[in-house]
Design a protein around this ligand. Structure first.
Ligand SMILES: Cc1cc2nc3c(=O)[nH]c(=O)nc-3n(C[C@H](O)[C@H](O)[C@H](O)COP(=O)(O)OP(=O)(O)OC[C@H]3O[C@@H](n4cnc5c(N)ncnc54)[C@H](O)[C@@H]3O)c2cc1C
Length: 180
């Protein structure tokens, strides 16, 4: 027996959430499906944790680079275990909080990889779901190049590389043996 909804959303990241809550508010039945913890890249592995990690790295870097230029005292250093513990204070609870928020909004949730059976039907962990509308918010993945394309890229790069290079200007580094 298939579960049928007005809108079936594959993914639970920013794109999925933007659609799911809006259409649910409009009174439509909605299901979200994700094969990974609920929340998507931005919240769990991308933007949010990155901002903290990059922010701390910047702070430490600046504290080193500004020594003797108006900043004095012991330079800062990164305490990696502590930093990761802090990151986990907001990434670890997120999947459960997202799941609760979906449930409170009346959105059906399913864990597992969605496999299309036809244009409006997917199979998730042995269950069949049908969506009158289907939103694919599965995120992006870098393309993997086949061997032939990889070789082609290497050859193109090799052809473009100048045989000799001349460095000009005060900011240029000194040429090394690899430059010629
Ligand atoms: C390190 C890093 C830092 C970033 N920093 C920023 C930033 O500072 N600012 C910014 O604007 N953007 C940033 N981004 C980009 C941002 O994270 C993405 O643009 C955004 O997360 C995309 O959201 P999405 O909902 O489209 O996909 P995602 O958040 O990737 O969600 C897709 C979800 O779909 C699920 N899924 C895929 N296929 C299936 C399937 N068949 N069945 C079930 N589930 C499936 C996946 O498990 C995943 O959870 C960053 C990305 C990375 C990697």
């Amino acid at each position: 027996m298939a579960t049928t909804v007005d809108v079936m959303v594959i993914g639970t990241g920013s794109a999925a959430q933007a659609v799911a809550y809006k259409v649910r508010e409009a009174g439509w039945s909605v299901a979200v499906i994700d094969s990974r913890p609920f929340g998507g890249t931005c919240q769990l592995r991308g933007c949010d944790p990155k901002k903290v990690l990059v922010g701390v790295s910047d702070l430490v870097d600046w504290s080193h680079r500004m020594q003797g230029k108006g900043v004095s005292g012991p330079a800062l250093s990164i305490n990696w275990p502590e930093l990761i513990r802090f990151k986990r204070t907001f990434t670890d609870p997120a999947p459960h909080e997202n799941e609760q928020a979906f449930a409170q909004a009346g959105i059906l949730t399913r864990h597992g990889r969605a496999h299309f059976i036809d244009r409006t039907t997917v199979e998730v962990e042995g269950e069949t779901l049908v969506g009158r509308h289907v939103v694919i918010a599965g995120g992006a993945r870098r393309a993997t190049l086949g061997r032939r394309r990889r070789l082609h890229r290497i050859r193109v790069r090799a052809r473009r590389r100048p045989r000799r290079r001349r460095c000009q200007g005060a900011a240029s580094r000194q040429p090394t043996a690899q430059d010629v």
